[in-house]
Write a protein that binds this ligand. Sequence first.
Ligand code: KG4
Ligand code: ZN
Length: 340
Amino acid sequence: MVDDRPAILSSVVASQMGTHAKYGGVVPELASREHLRAIVPVVRESLVQAGVTLDELDAIAVTEGPGLIGSLLVGITYAKALSFSRGIPLIGVNHIEGHIHAVVMESRMDGDPVKFPALALVVSGGHTHLFSVSENFQYALLGRTRDDAAGEAFDKVAKLLGFGYPGGPMIDKLAPFGKPEVRFTPAKMKGNPLDFSFSGLKTAVLRWVEQRDMTTEIEQRRELLRVNAAPSVAEWLAVTPQATLDLVASFQAMVVRELIRRVEMASVEINAASVIISGGVACNSDLRASARQVSCPVFFPRPSLSTDNAAMIAAAAFGKLRSGTFSGWDLRAKASLALV
Ligand code: KG4
Ligand code: ZN
């Protein structure tokens, strides 16, 4: 029998974190330049690792949006040039759809496939969105953040406390050393109960910091980052008092609680057969552990497929390749492209 399970032949990711870390967040202009620098070597390396030549490709998939316009333009221009010069069909893909397909693809690789209708939580630095996903990949938006994305809240709180960028991984590593006993009131919102809000929580952390004199410890952590770009957990702990660890643990617990609460509500509402949680914040260990409470099977991608990668874009393009849905030369970068 022919095995038609998907396979990843190569997945090369050029991280720009080192470039942006010293600015405490992504600098759009630098991101475009880094994309320009990386795109040719990354494509070459991925072909070498996969052991295929350009002429053996059935299609070239590229992210059309949402995202930073300069970075999207680099990818689209390069993909169009390759597609035109080699006569290979072009497929534009929505980045959010890529995050969802990362999970669907991996579940098919493992032989324990996602069942439909599925509930998808896409939770990253730019998104906190809940979608229902049908068998033929029709999407309906069920809820979204009204202000900050969850990853953005992790990044802003980490920056405020002197833990550098990106904040999610550091908070994740330090939270187990604190007690989640600082009480934050969940945001009260009128309207759609499946919408999220994280800016109030971020402001509550800011107020907590302002009410205490934390200047010295914050400065110590910033100094640590100046001399060592990637401090160990032990080094962070040496400059972080227990009260701050408790704050970090409480912040993370609150974000995770808000995410899981909406996931539970929405999965019941659509009678979901599975839940997909994807995007950078899906790497979070507390979120992964807490997802066990959800009443239907929850699928997370492995961490390397949770954060941005090209394999997920290829996975989302696969159905379009099968149905012959290709993009024309008018494919444009769309910074605020919505999924639905
Ligand atoms: O999906 P992604 O790589 O890029 C976007 O499309 O935004 O997600 C990056 C986001 C950052 O905000 C980062 O702090 C967060 O994912 N993140 C985490 C963890 N790892 C990455 N947040 C919480 N816990 C983590 N372990
Ligand atoms: Zn992403």
